[in-house]
Design a protein around this ligand. Structure first.
Ligand code: NAD
Length: 368
């Protein structure tokens, strides 16, 4: 039986609550003989600051570097609003992304049929939706230099951000997109603004070349990023994998997120480059934050965190069948009408966080 090293970083607020339920799922998979999981748990974010005056320690970074996957809860909260900028809770997450070289951010937008009525769009538009937004995470306008606000001689101020991409950066994220599409429905839509941006011209050119030379079996289309935003709310099922730079990916993944209802449902993965053994550094986390408004009350929906584990099974551990079973267990529990408060329709009884975790574990066991 294969054994994987998993680092658990529950973090702050509802992070530890949703991580506890995810642990139950890991234990269930281990007991069922799916794989062995050696877990370590460590502090990150505000809880790390309270204990060590930093948002992540070097020792935890070493554990993250050695792990096959990191499962991350959420960080932050009003308690740490006044801590120094470089040790604020979010700095722990940024250091993980940077030091592990996590350049590819995967955000699936899946609409479970049982929740289709919770979307702001009509049921037929989002029922059964399953698309993946792939966002380049370490380049582009958020990091390009110069990045500054300067005061001009006439007293006006001028702000500059620099959108910059190299061939290498575009090639490596493009390969991830085509690899993912091969495991899905075989289609990539690349989004840029080649009509008004030089970085869009290069992006389009490099994606087309990588497609032609390495992935001719995958379908490729190019959309202008603004039109893609419109299409996402008009007919999102036309997409499979949407390939985006950092800025457009940030925006389009948030649009896609809202197609599916609650923040408590959305997982994500961030992947690094392949090593000589074909393994990638990887961090899996829910899209939501630490939700201080509901922390400690048993109200948190653990599905985003548990779905993040499903992504780890699929992308880091090669356990696609177990990932499918876990995804199906979540769908079954939702179809049965089990709901945390954030996804409960009017008149429905809501269960607390541990009950939702237990229901998913029961459905998973029944399928194994
Ligand atoms: P948030 O995602 O924490 O919460 C937004 C709203 O969604 C809240 O009303 C919350 O109760 C609800 N919500 C979120 N997750 C939920 C879940 N699993 N179940 C049920 N309801 C859920 O965003 P925010 O309120 O803007 O930020 C709160 C804190 O989290 C801030 O300190 C922020 O910096 C931090 N944050 C951290 C991350 C991260 O760790 N990756 C991401 C976003 C925000």
């Amino acid at each position: 039986m294969a054994t994987f090293k998993v680092l658990l970083l529950p973090g702050d607020g509802i992070g530890p609550e949703v991580m506890k339920e995810t642990r139950k799922v890991l234990d269930t998979l281990t007991k069922a003989g799916v794989a062995g999981f050696e877990t370590e748990t460590s502090l990150v974010g505000g809880s790390a600051y309270d204990a060590h005056k930093v948002s992540i320690t070097d020792a935890t970074m070493k554990l993250a570097d050695e792990a096959d996957a990191v499962l991350f809860g959420a960080v932050g909260g009003p308690k740490w609003d006044d801590v120094p900028y470089d040790v604020r809770p979010e700095a722990g997450l940024l250091r993980l992304r940077k030091d592990l070289g996590l350049f590819a951010n995967l955000r699936p937008a899946i609409c479970y049929p049982a929740l289709a009525d919770a979307s702001s769009l009509k049921r037929e538009i989002i029922d059964g939706l399953d698309i993946l937004i792939l966002r380049e995470l370490t380049g582009g306008v958020y990091f390009g230099e110069p990045k500054e606000i300067v005061t001009l001689e006439n007293g006006q101020q001028r702000a500059v951000d620099t959108q910059v991409y190299t061939t290498f950066e575009i090639e490596r994220i493009t390969r991830v997109a085509f690899d993912l599409a091969r495991k899905r429905r075989g289609k990539v839509t690349s989004c840029e603004k080649r009509n008004v941006m030089k970085s869009g011209v290069l992006w389009n050119r490099v994606v087309s070349r990588v497609h032609r030379e390495e992935f001719p079996d995958v379908q490729l289309e190019h959309h202008l990023a603004d039109a893609a935003g419109m299409q996402l709310v008009r007919w999102p099922k036309q997409y499979d994998v949407m390939l985006c730079d950092n800025l457009f990916g940030d925006m389009l993944s948030d649009v896609a997120a809202m197609l599916t209802g609650s923040l408590g449902m959305l997982p994500s993965a961030s992947l690094g480059a392949e090593d000589a053994n074909g393994r990638r550094k990887a961090l899996y986390e829910p899209v939501h934050g630490s939700a201080p408004d509901i922390a400690g009350q048993g109200l948190a929906n653990p599905i985003a965190m548990i779905s993040s584990l499903a992504m780890a099974l699929r992308y880091s551990f090669g356990l696609g069948e177990a990932a499918d079973k876990l995804d199906n267990a979540i769908a079954t529990v939702l179809a049965d009408g089990t709901r945390t408060k954030d996804i409960a329709a009017k008149g429905m009884n809501a269960v607390d966080t541990p009950h939702m975790g237990d229901a998913i574990v029961r459905a998973l066991k029944a399928s194994m």
